[in-house]
Design a protein around this ligand. Structure first.
Ligand SMILES: Cc1cc2nc3c(=O)[nH]c(=O)nc-3n(C[C@H](O)[C@H](O)[C@H](O)COP(=O)(O)OP(=O)(O)OC[C@H]3O[C@@H](n4cnc5c(N)ncnc54)[C@H](O)[C@@H]3O)c2cc1C
Length: 413
C-alpha cells in the first residue's frame, strides 16, 4: 500500500487547479497524490461542448497541466483508478483489485454525475451524454454533415451542443419540457433573443415536449414524445442536468445530503483533515448568506485553490462571487451572482446589435448580472457590486449612460 500526506480524490477541474496551487505554495515532492477514475490527467471540461466537440481543439490543448508537470513536481497520479470505498477511520481509499491508497489529508473533488433518461430504449448506443473527454470524442465521431441530431434539454450544455452540431452542418432539433430555452436562468426576453438567433442558424425547437421512449425504425432512430409525435434522429445528445457524485459517501460519517457534501467556509468537512471542493461541495456563501452548491468551472477552480491552501495550513475562507460563461455560435455571455429571490430586473443594451445586459435586484441590492458584448465598465462593476452588496436604483441603472457614475464603492477595491 502506498500512502501520502495529501491525496485528492477525483481528477477533474478542481483537482487540476488544486495541484497547481500545491506547487505554487511550495509543496514538496512525494507529498501529493491524485486519484482519478479517468485515463487522462485533469483537463478543462468546458471545451468538451465547444471547441473540442467541434474538433477545433485536441486533447493536448485542454490539459490543465501537461503529463510532465506531475512527474517534474513529484505528484503521483493514479489514473483509471475508481475508488470504491473510503475508510475515513483508517484513512484509506479502496480501489479496484484490492488496491489501497493511504492519506493523512484528503480533498474530495468527485464532481457531478450526469442525469440519465430511464424511458424505454434509452440505453441504445446512439443516445449520448456529455461529461467526460471520451463522451465528447464519441459524439464528435458521429457528427456528419446533412444528418439529423436531436438535443434533449435547453440548459447551457444543450444550447452549446446544438450550436456546435449545427455549425458542423447537422439538422438539429432541440426538445425540452419548458416553453422557452433555459428558463431557470434567462429572463423571457433573453430566452426569446437566443431562440431567434438559434432559429436563424436553422435549429428547430420542440417546446413543452417530454421524451417517452426511443425506437429504431428502418435503420433510423426515432425519438418518441408524450404528445404522440416522433422525431427522426441519427443520434441524440441528452443534456438534462447533473447530480453531485455522492455514491461513495452514502454510508460514511461525512455530513451530506442530496445537495452535496457540507463544508464550512474553509471548505472543511465535518471529518478531521477532509476537505471538499467543486461541484460536490455545499458551502456557506458569505456574500448571499446562505448555503450554495455551484456546478461551474470557475467555482471548481477557485475552491480547488482555496481548499489546497487550507490543506497547507493557510486558513483562507472561500469568499467568491459565483460566475459562469457560455459560448454559442458567435454569442458569448457571462453571468455573475445568483438571481434567486430577485424582485426587479433591469435590461440594458441593444439586442439588434447582439449586446445586452440583465441586472437582477433584490430589495434594491444587486444579486446577479448577465452580460453579452457590453462595455468593459459593466464587466468591471458587476462582480464588484455583487460582492459589496451594492444598492442600486433600478430606474437610474436602466437609463444611465455609463454605469460607473452609479458606483459608490470607489477606492475600496
Ligand atoms: C461538457 C461540459 C461543459 C461545461 N461548460 C462549462 C462552461 O462553459 N462554463 C462553466 O462555468 N462551466 C462549465 N461546465 C461545468 C464545469 O466543467 C464543472 O463545474 C467542473 O468541471 C467541476 O469540477 P469538479 O472538479 O468539481 O468536477 P469534475 O471536473 O467533474 O471532476 C470530477 C472528477 O472526479 C472523478 N471521480 C468521480 N468519482 C470518482 C471515484 N469514485 N474514483 C475516482 N475518481 C472519481 C471523475 O472521474 C472526474 O475526473 C461544463 C461541464 C461539462 C461537462
Amino acid at each position: 500500500m502506498k500512502a501520502f500526506p495529501m491525496v485528492i480524490l477525483g481528477g477533474g477541474v478542481g483537482a487540476g487547479y488544486a495541484a497547481k496551487e500545491f506547487v505554487a505554495q511550495g509543496g514538496g515532492k512525494g507529498q501529493l497524490a491524485i486519484v482519478t477514475a479517468e485515463r487522462v490527467p485533469s483537463y478543462e471540461r468546458p471545451p468538451l461542448s465547444k471547441e473540442f466537440l467541434a474538433g477545433e481543439k485536441q486533447r493536448g490543448d485542454i490539459l490543465i497541466s501537461d503529463a510532465q508537470f506531475y512527474q517534474k513536481q513529484g505528484i503521483t497520479l493514479f489514473r483509471d483508478f475508481r475508488v470504491q470505498k473510503v475508510d475515513f477511520r483508517r484513512r484509506l481509499l479502496h480501489g479496484p483489485s484490492r488496491h489501497t491508497i493511504g492519506f493523512e489529508k484528503l480533498l474530495i473533488a468527485t464532481g457531478s454525475s450526469v442525469r440519465k433518461l430511464t424511458v424505454p430504449g434509452a440505453d441504445q448506443p446512439w443516445i449520448f451524454y456529455l461529461r467526460q473527454l471520451q463522451d465528447s470524442q464519441h459524439i464528435h465521431q458521429h457528427i456528419k454533415k446533412g444528418k439529423q441530431a436531436v438535443v434533449i434539454g435547453s440548459g447551457f450544455i444543450g444550447m452549446e451542443v446544438a450550436s456546435v452540431l449545427t455549425r458542423q452542418g447537422m439538422a438539429t432539433t432541440m426538445v425540452f419540457p419548458g416553453d422557452r430555452v433555459w428558463e431557470h436562468v434567462f429572463t423571457p426576453d433573453v430566452s426569446a433573443f437566443f431562440e431567434k438567433q438559434f432559429s436563424a442558424h436553422g435549429i428547430t425547437f420542440m417546446k413543452d415536449q417530454t421524451v417517452v421512449g426511443f425506437a429504431r425504425e428502418h435503420g433510423r432512430g426515432q425519438v418518441q414524445l408524450a404528445s404522440g409525435r416522433q422525431i427522426s434522429a441519427d443520434f441524440v445528445v441528452a443534456g438534462i442536468g447533473v447530480t453531485p457524485a455522492l455514491e461513495l459517501f452514502r454510508h460514511s460519517p461525512l455530513e451530506h445530503d442530496a445537495d452535496g457534501i457540507r463544508v464550512n467556509e474553509y471548505l472543511e468537512t465535518n471529518v478531521d483533515h477532509v476537505w471538499a471542493a467543486g461541484d460536490i461541495a455545499n458551502y456557506p456563501d458569505r456574500i448571499f448568506r446562505r448555503r450554495m452548491r455551484i456546478e461551474h468551472w470557475d467555482n471548481a477552480v477557485e475552491q480547488g485553490r482555496v481548499a489546497m491552501r487550507n490543506m497547507m495550513e493557510k486558513f483562507q475562507p472561500f469568499i467568491h462571487v459565483p460566475y459562469f460563461f457560455s459560448d454559442e455560435f458567435d454569442l458569448s455571455y457571462e453571468y455573475w451572482g445568483d438571481a434567486k429571490g430577485h424582485d426587479q430586473v433591469v435590461t440594458r443594451g441593444d439586442q439588434k446589435k447582439k449586446q445586452l445586459s440583465v441586472w437582477w435586484l433584490k430589495k434594491r441590492t444587486l444579486c446577479a448580472v448577465l452580460l453579452m458584448n457590453r462595455p468593459d465598465e459593466e464587466r468591471r462593476y458587476a462582480p464588484r457590486w455583487i460582492l459589496r452588496r451594492a444598492q442600486l436604483d433600478a430606474e437610474a441603472l436602466r437609463t444611465v449612460k455609463h454605469v460607473k457614475s452609479l458606483d459608490r464603492t470607489f477606492g475600496r477595491e
